[in-house]
Design a protein around this ligand. Structure first.
Ligand SMILES: [Zn+2]
Length: 247
């Protein structure tokens, strides 16, 4: 069971996330989280938006284009626009020969399979931006400092038990920022637990589930456990990322 993109109003104290959520400068524009280039048309309604300055907005845009073109090249095993499945990405590759050339030049072979050597800094930039955007929008938490934990890579590279943990829902122990969108998404569930003496008792728990922004294209979960912020993202059911602050 996944959440869909409901319209949720942020009832939390907004002072913390005023301005550009990425750098703290003044917000001159609005930025979608995730950016539309990560999604296919028709776009989901109620796509989250956060405040953003023009500089951050422009800085991220080229790296995001690189990221989506790289992911599609990996999934399709080619930078040839004819072979790229996502229409919008094929168009991007056609319109940006330099970008295509750059990704093509990173192509290599691993065990007889086509692989691409990613540009680490650019992917760091994109994933950190997405994680900060989700933390601001969902949790009303400004996470502008460097994260304490930052991992990304193919989901399939995680050992099976780690994949299960990565994809699982989160049982919330403590309420996050009062009124945040995340808190409004949480669902109360009742579970039966056997105590040490063997008695069965019903306990109430809060379930924080993944938000399915677009089927097979983008999902995320945003967790705030007493100021420990964890954001997990899966792109195209292939690329996974986990970012944490305060752990
Ligand atoms: Zn900024």
């Amino acid at each position: 069971m996944l959440y869909t993109m409901d319209q949720l109003n942020n009832l939390a104290d907004n002072r913390l996330i005023n301005g550009c959520v990425y750098c703290g400068g003044s917000a001159q524009t609005r930025d979608h989280v995730p950016s539309k280039c990560l999604l296919e048309r028709p776009y989901p309604t109620n796509l989250p938006v956060v405040g953003c300055c023009n500089t951050c907005n422009q800085d991220f845009s080229k790296d995001e284009q690189y990221f989506v073109c790289l992911i599609e090249s990996v999934l399709c095993g080619s930078t040839d626009p004819e072979k790229i499945k996502r229409y919008s990405v094929a168009k991007m590759m056609r319109n940006s020969p330099a970008l295509r050339k750059r990704i093509e030049s990173s192509k290599t072979e691993v065990n007889g399979q086509i692989a691409f050597v990613p540009e680490i800094d650019r992917i760091n930039n994109v994933m950190l931006k997405l994680a900060r955007g989700h933390a601001a929008f969902e949790l009303s938490q400004p996470c502008r400092e460097q994260p304490d934990h930052f991992w990304w890579g193919p989901l399939s590279l995680l050992p099976e038990e780690n994949q299960e943990a990565f994809n699982s829902v989160h049982f919330q122990k403590v309420f996050g920022e009062v009124g945040s969108r995340n808190l409004q998404r949480l669902m109360v569930t009742e579970m039966t637990q056997a105590s040490e003496s063997g008695d069965r008792q019903n306990i109430r728990m809060l379930i924080n589930d993944w938000v399915d922004v677009q089927d097979d294209q983008y999902r995320f979960i945003a967790i705030d456990d007493m100021g420990q912020i964890v954001i997990r993202i899966v792109v195209a059911e292939y690329f996974a990322c986990e970012v944490a602050w305060g752990i």
